[in-house]
Write a protein that binds this ligand. Structure first.
Ligand code: BGC
Length: 924
């Protein structure tokens, strides 16, 4: 039997290194950083206490035993003294102005009120210390975009005046940004240093302080362009709309736009980041053989301290008839740590075919093809996009067709898109009509449907027989009835009793019939920044996507995700719901923190690194959200109107890389639509591009309770699983009771009506079973591995054991659960789990008694799925049974419950749940 060992200290160290390497130093005048030993530091800003480990929503809900804040890490650093009186002032203020979590889902504010500082306070601080640090914090997330307002994308007046006052008074002021993604930097001229430290997960504080003190020299680079104003981003005017989001900027996203049309609008270019040392990058050799271009670069550390450097290679394509951006990143690499005077040689190799542009209008005579138009392809090498210099020229004498594809996902709504025209001083923006869909997609779909096979009855085959090679997968699946097939395309969640408690979904063996056929239930859990288990199980909180990408260090990310893979094995999670890999189309997107970059190449490489890491230990990740999930506002209804070229060159590109090179086997579609069709039903995307063109043979799942339609004239809804299966999106996420069709989906009806075929269902069932066959869930089913992972170095609390076999007791409405065996002593928690038929608001009644005096207070708090619910405060009852009724909301049918007894002395008899108001995601 294989053995797996997870060394928690290695995990922490890798995350800490990632935090340090992902920090981007934008400015460092007067040698402000690093903080020299023996220096006294004045720390301003409340984020020193309230460090944001991640953004909000599903990607931020990792339960963590401890997050090291920057303050804590600074206090633990020898040689750094903090200005104690300033610290005390802040402590008092923060106590009086506690952190406001907001209310409920997507309710947390983007930022917390900041303390106003007086001139006197700042002057006194400057007298008592040598350096000032100012922490600025921001969060945003799922269902909550940033806005171009103070407190979100902009600084508040108090933050502005804090930076202004401190920067004026101190010679050395470093602003440290604890943010999910870039924010407005209009104030950047004021402080002497600026460090983006993003959201670093549980090791955020330690990694950051390594950079502040110079233990690690910063080597992070921006994965987004910082423009002067939010208005400068070409997508801003088309961001956040309610029904249609028109991608007029086309392929000119981020630096592709700025370097072509608006260089002056850039404050900090893509790829930029300073160091505490200096480097020279000299091209040693360049050459081309059989279309493979190789550039070798000598990188020398010419400064006084150790450091790493990133080199970046951009192509400048000829304009041709299609038009092209002035720069596109085609390769990057990073040195190891170089000592002063040390030199390393990096080799960047890139096939010229990667320079191809997609012709979606036939301008080159080769519609629906990737082509290299004739002309000069200039390669520029540098340490950011702006400073990159020409190093090699590749000439294409006549047009080359690199790949002939077919039209897919083309828009139906007419709109104009950007194309460069030559002006007096460079390129000017011109808007030209975007080519629209020309094929009859329905006719094409009908021709391409799979052959249907009949139900053959029970031949006694199990999935084990398929694994053992005794029977073909198809022959095994032919034993599944239509009902079984309708069931297997349903994922069960959240908090399915079939898999690890508190996770997002089970899939595969989601009914007793299916498990009897030997199909185990596989498990998926959020992602992307650690494992989310809503019953409170602690897990490792990883740095966010933007931070990881800013390291430009694929080996490091790969090593880190090997640890995550081991942790997934420990928690019996087969696929993480990540990497998040949508493009940072606009800085206001609330989920940018989960994603990597405005650039598809960086995005693809980082996703590949994460997958490689997890694949080393036999688990995987789920690429999300496929595709064009670029705003949170109206996310269930937004229709992204985007050209096929922009899809293929920008929005799909990273996914393509992760499928082809990263061998991805799991993908999640989005809540919204692309060109009229909701992606959960988008046949062109889920079958023709993903599988037929890219060769993907894994599973595609919907986002949780997503809407689906089959064509743009059909309204989307949550019951249209027929359209989902037709498109080869295999799994509907999520349903409470897959075996009873508790979500009323239309699979059975569509099958009966003939609009959906058994062949289509068999195809998805095969995709699901193929995935399950390769999963740790199957290893456990077969006894190949028992699921045990030895964990070294984990303290007791974080190392809590999970009960993988929690029993969920099914309750009729109004039924009671006995509490007679509950230990009600002070500080004790009684755990139990119930399944109810309907989700919604319940009256909860506890019957209890106590012999304590009348004024004694014995609070009992109910936590449902780890979310604090009502507190019942009982007084002494003279030994009489009394009842108290409060309300609780069950979002799930399966509920993991905890009763916390804050003070002993109570006898509890039972607890009763009565439905007051039912709520169903299917109508929500
Ligand atoms: C999010 C997904 C997430 C899923 C499960 C959805 O709300 O959009 O990214 O994986 O929930 O938590």
């Amino acid at each position: 039997m294989k053995t797996y060992t997870l060394n928690w200290d290695t995990y922490k160290q890798l995350a800490r290194t990632a935090v340090a390497e992902g920090a981007v130093l934008l400015k460092n005048e007067h040698a402000t950083l690093p903080i020299q030993a023996g220096t006294t530091v004045s720390v301003f800003g409340r984020s020193q206490f309230n460090y944001y480990k991640s953004g909000t929503g599903s990607g931020g809900m990792v339960n963590v035993s401890h997050v090291t804040s920057p303050l804590e890490a600074l206090q633990a650093t020898e040689g750094v003294q903090l200005n104690a009186s300033l610290l005390e002032t802040y402590e008092t203020w923060v106590e009086a102005n506690p952190f406001d979590q907001g209310v409920g889902w997507a309710g947390e504010p983007w930022s917390q009120p900041e303390m106003e500082v007086t001139d006197e306070l700042v002057t006194a601080a400057a007298k008592a210390s040598d350096v000032a640090l100012i922490f600025i914090g921001r969060t945003a997330g799922e269902d909550r975009d940033n806005t171009a307002d103070p407190g979100s994308y902009l600084l508040t007046d108090i933050e502005q005046s804090l930076i202004e006052k401190v920067s004026k008074t101190f010679t050395k002021t470093a602003v440290v940004l604890n943010v999910g993604n870039i924010i407005d930097m209009d104030w950047a001229h004021q402080p002497s240093a600026i460090l983006y430290t993003w959201q670093g997960g549980m090791e955020g504080g330690t990694g950051l302080v390594d950079v502040l003190t110079g233990a690690v020299t910063p080597s992070g680079k921006l994965t987004d362009t910082i423009a002067k104003s939010i208005e400068d981003y070409p997508s801003t005017k088309n961001f956040g709309h309610a029904d249609k989001g028109i991608y007029q900027e086309d392929i000119y996203v981020g630096y592709r736009y700025f370097e072509t049309f608006a260089k002056d609008a850039v404050l900090y270019p893509f790829g930029f980041g300073l160091s505490y040392t200096t480097f020279t990058t000299d091209v040693a050799t360049t050459g081309e053989q059989d279309g493979m271009i190789t550039v070798t670069v000598d990188v020398t550390n010419t400064g006084a301290v150790d450091g790493k450097e990133v080199v970046q290679l951009y192509v400048e394509k000829p304009q041709g008839t299609l038009g092209n951006p002035a720069r596109s990143l085609v390769a990057f690499d990073k040195t190891d740590t170089l000592a002063p005077g040390e030199r390393a040689t990096l080799t960047l190799s890139i096939p010229a075919t990667d320079f191809a542009s997609y012709d979606d209008n036939g301008a080159t005579g080769h519609v629906s093809s990737f082509v290299l138009e004739a002309g000069t392809y200039e390669l520029h090498l540098g340490t950011d996009v702006r400073s990159a210099r020409p190093v090699f020229t590749y000439n294409v004498d006549s047009l080359q067709v690199i790949e002939t594809l077919s039209e897919n996902m083309a828009p139906v709504t007419p709109f104009d898109r950007i194309k460069p025209v030559v002006g007096e001083h460079g390129y000017l923006v011109e808007y030209v009509p975007t080519p629209l869909r020309a094929v009859d997609v329905e006719a094409r779909y009908l021709v391409e449907r799979p052959v249907t096979r009949d139900y053959v009855g029970d031949n006694g085959f199990t999935l084990k027989d398929v694994y053992a090679g005794k029977v073909e997968l198809d022959a095994f699946l032919d034993q599944l009835t239509d009902e079984d097939l309708a069931c297997i395309v349903r994922g069960q969640g959240m908090n399915s009793p079939r898999v690890t408690p508190g996770t997002a979904a089970a899939f595969g063996g989601v009914s007793d019939r299916l498990t009897d056929l030997g199909i185990p239930a596989a498990c998926c859990a959020d992602g992307p920044s650690g494992i989310r288990m809503d019953i409170g199980t602690k897990a490792f909180a990883l740095p966010n996507g933007t931070l990881l990408a800013s390291t430009f260090n694929v080996e490091l990310v790969e090593d880190l995700f090997e640890m995550t893979g081991l942790e997934m094995r420990k928690n019996r999670v087969d696929t993480l719901l990540g990497p998040g890999m949508n493009i940072h189309r606009n800085p206001l997107n609330g989920r940018n923190f989960e994603y990597f970059s405005e650039d598809p190449h960086v995005t693809g490489k980082m996703a590949i690194a994460q997958l490689n890491g997890m694949h080393r230990v036999g688990v995987t990740g789920t690429l999300k959200h496929f595709s064009a999930n670029n705003q949170e506002a109206h996310r269930h209804d937004i229709d992204s109107i985007v050209s096929e070229r922009a899809l293929r060159e920008i929005y799909l590109k990273g996914f393509e890389m992760a499928v082809k090179e990263g061998k991805a086997t799991s993908i999640m579609t989005t809540y919204g639509a692309v060109n009229g069709v909701w992606t959960a039903g988008l046949y062109d995307q889920n079958t023709r591009i993903l599988r037929d063109e890219w060769g993907f043979d894994g599973i595609v799942m919907t986002d949780w309770w997503a809407k689906v339609n089959h064509h743009e004239d059909e309204p989307a809804n949550r019951q249209n699983t027929a359209a989902m299966v037709q498109s080869q999106n295999d799994l509907y996420m999520v349903v409470d009771r897959p075996d009873t069709n508790s979500f009323d989906d239309n699979t059975g009806a569509a099958l009966a009506a003939g609009s959906l075929t058994r062949g289509e269902l068999l195809r998805s069932a095969a995709n699901i079973c193929r995935f399950v066959l390769q999963s740790p869930a199957m290893e456990r089913e077969l006894g190949i591995h028992d699921g045990t992972v030895e964990v070294i170095g984990l303290d007791e609390e974080a190392g809590q054991a999970i009960d993988f076999d929690v029993t969920y007791r099914h309750l009729e409405n109004g039924e009671s659960v006995s509490l007679s065996d509950a230990d009600t002593s002070t500080g004790n928690t009684h755990v139990f789990a119930v399944s109810v038929d309907e989700t919604g608001t319940y009256d909860v009644t506890i019957t209890a008694k106590s012999d304590a005096g009348e004024l004694a207070q014995m609070p009992v708090t109910l936590f449902a799925n780890n979310i604090p619910g009502p507190t019942f405060t009982f007084n002494g009852t003279d030994g009489e049974w009394v009842t108290q009724t409060k309300q609780v909301f069950f979002l799930n049918q399966h509920n993991y419950l905890q009763l916390y007894f804050a003070l002993g002395g109570l006898d509890v008899k039972d607890i009763t749940f009565t439905l007051v108001d039912s709520f169903s995601m299917k109508n929500g």
